[in-house]
Design a protein around this ligand. Structure first.
Ligand code: FES
Length: 108
């Protein structure tokens, strides 16, 4: 594991997220209350693109079947809903983030 540069802080304003591909890893970086967090960008259910989902506070919702993940931990707080079925899904990987000047680095 090493801290790799993913982007600049100016690319992610407060309350937004941005997807990056770093060394083949799909990483989604968030600015939540001025602090930066990073989790996997592909839904653990069926690979939905979380960067196309809805971000509400510290919860990102998958656009495919509505799984919700806590962006500060990667934990799945609510699984997918398909029809009347409520399922479970695994947590997203979460990555440590370090800010150096205006550079965002993620421990991958
Ligand atoms: S792919 Fe994300 S909830 Fe199904």
């Amino acid at each position: 594991m090493e801290y790799l540069e993913v982007g600049k802080t100016s690319e992610i304003t407060e309350g937004t997220m941005k997807a990056y591909i770093i060394k083949g890893n799909n990483i989604l970086v968030f600015n939540y209350n001025g602090k930066y967090y990073a989790i996997g960008g592909k839904c653990t259910h069926m690979g939905g693109d979380l960067s196309k989902g809805k971000l509400d506070g510290k919860i990102v919702t998958c656009p495919r079947h509505g799984s919700k993940f806590d962006i500060t931990t990667g934990e799945s707080v609510s699984g997918p809903k398909i029809g009347f079925l409520k399922l479970k899904t695994k947590k997203e990987p979460s990555y440590e983030v370090k800010i150096e000047g205006d550079t965002i680095k993620v421990n991958i």
